[in-house]
Write a protein that binds this ligand. Structure first.
Ligand code: SAH
Ligand code: SF4
Length: 381
């Protein structure tokens, strides 16, 4: 494992808007408002996206094919402020974790997870989380705030300057659907052709099951902006799920699965169900049988994630045999299932140093969900 710290790269100017938070349609409106004719405004918006996301420039002067007037206006009103990376760790398995400092001193993390055929970035959508899942240390810190659009986009943009990223998963800190509008806008930017041009098939939003927001997203992100959906199921019946995920009280399993059935899936696409296996709690073959029954008829795959223990939680890591037995049951009953391979474990240990060195958020963040976030690797049989 290696670690490094770096000084903030830029001072963000509080009085200027962040251009990285604007979609192409927002840029068009901005240009129209200063009298640029519509056709030209559309053309300029594509040019600006190209400069920001493909050439990755950091000043408006560098956008040399825009008129001085347009550049001047943009520079007057907006800033291009890269998110400052303040800490970096590399695991022996190649997983890299980055800590970004936000304008208000709070911090968030993003993780790069390499696999044979892909490089996945796992990004945060909030500082903290309001959902209070009992097995997740982020849940114990409560919600500090939602991330702005530019803070979500900025994680991907910054790390894309270092590596060629193929996949994005919203599985870092926070509940993405609790910050729905900003997450949707960020996805629209990340998927835009003139920007980072991610395919919708390579972007996954994971939710603890905010049913009303799943339904909103179903209507909100259509066509080429529509990402994959992942649901953190983590239980096989209501009382059990409710014990570890308070969200289940408002949105019980039946409602959640109804929203999944209503989610518009393209042919050959599937919803991912994540299932954190908690030792002695939800780790039996009977649980696997109930999950099989619940998911009947939903085109899906199941990721079994052995619980990663952390201080302050009494849950146990499951026996490997128990996870294998669940996996076997699901496969035998025609459910595509995987045991999620944990990555970056050694940098979990190193998080203790990060906690004391950086700030209070790092102190309360276990780096569990994100250091192990889904890279699609399969182990077990
Ligand atoms: N808030 C979203 C996305 C972030 S959590 C959600 O809950 O889906 C990403 C994944 O990490 C979720 O599937 C969550 O269930 C899982 N997770 C959280 N804490 C964990 C732990 N201690 N061990 C294993 N997986 C965990
Ligand atoms: Fe929030 Fe997801 Fe952790 Fe639950 S598992 S507390 S929703 S980050």
């Amino acid at each position: 494992m290696t670690a490094s710290t770096a000084a903030p790269e830029t001072i963000q100017k509080p009085h200027k808007h962040h251009i990285l938070g604007l979609r192409k349609s927002d840029l068009v409106e901005e240009l129209l408002s200063i009298g640029v004719p519509e056709k030209k405004a559309r053309y300029h918006s594509r040019q600006i996206f190209h400069w920001l996301y493909q050439r990755k420039v950091t000043t408006f002067e560098m956008m040399t094919d825009l008129s001085k007037l347009v550049r001047g206006h943009l520079a007057e009103k907006f800033q291009i402020a890269p998110l400052p990376k303040v800490f970096h760790q590399k695991s022996i398995d190649g997983t890299q974790k980055f800590l970004f400092r936000l304008y208000d001193g709070k911090t968030i993390e993003s993780v790069l997870i390499p696999a044979e055929d892909r490089l996945t970035i796992c990004i945060s959508s909030q500082v903290g989380c309001a959902m209070g899942c009992k097995f997740c240390l982020t849940g114990t810190m409560g919600l500090m705030r939602n991330l702005e659009v530019y803070e979500i986009v900025g994680q991907v943009l910054e790390l894309s300057k270092l590596e060629t990223i193929s996949n994005i998963v919203f599985m870092g800190m926070g509940e993405p659907l609790h910050n729905l509008e900003n997450v949707c806008r960020a996805i629209e930017i990340l998927l835009a052709q003139d920007a980072l041009n991610f395919s919708k098939r390579k972007v996954t939003v994971s939710t603890s099951g905010l049913v009303s927001a799943i339904r909103k997203m179903n209507d909100r992100l259509v066509g080429e902006s529509r990402p994959n959906l992942a649901i953190s199921l983590n239980g096989s019946y209501d009382a059990q799920r409710e014990e570890v995920m308070p969200v289940n009280k408002a949105f019980p399993i039946a409602d959640l699965l109804e929203a999944c059935r209503d989610w518009h899936l393209e042919p050959h696409r599937r919803i991912t169900f994540e299932y954190v296996v908690l030792g002695g709690l939800n780790d039996t073959v009977e649980d696997a049988a109930r999950v099989t029954k619940l998911l009947r008829g939903i085109p899906c795959k199941v990721n079994l994630i052995p619980y990663n223990p952390h201080d302050g939680s009494d849950y146990k890591r499951p026996e490997h045999e128990a996870v294998l037995a669940m996996h076997r049951y699901l496969l035998d009953h025609d459910i595509a299932a995987m045991i999620r391979h944990s990555r970056g474990r050694d940098i979990l240990a190193a998080c203790g140093q990060l906690r004391s060195a950086v700030d209070a958020v790092a102190r309360t963040r276990p780096h569990i969900a994100i250091a192990d976030c889904n890279d699609g690797r399969v182990i077990g049989a």
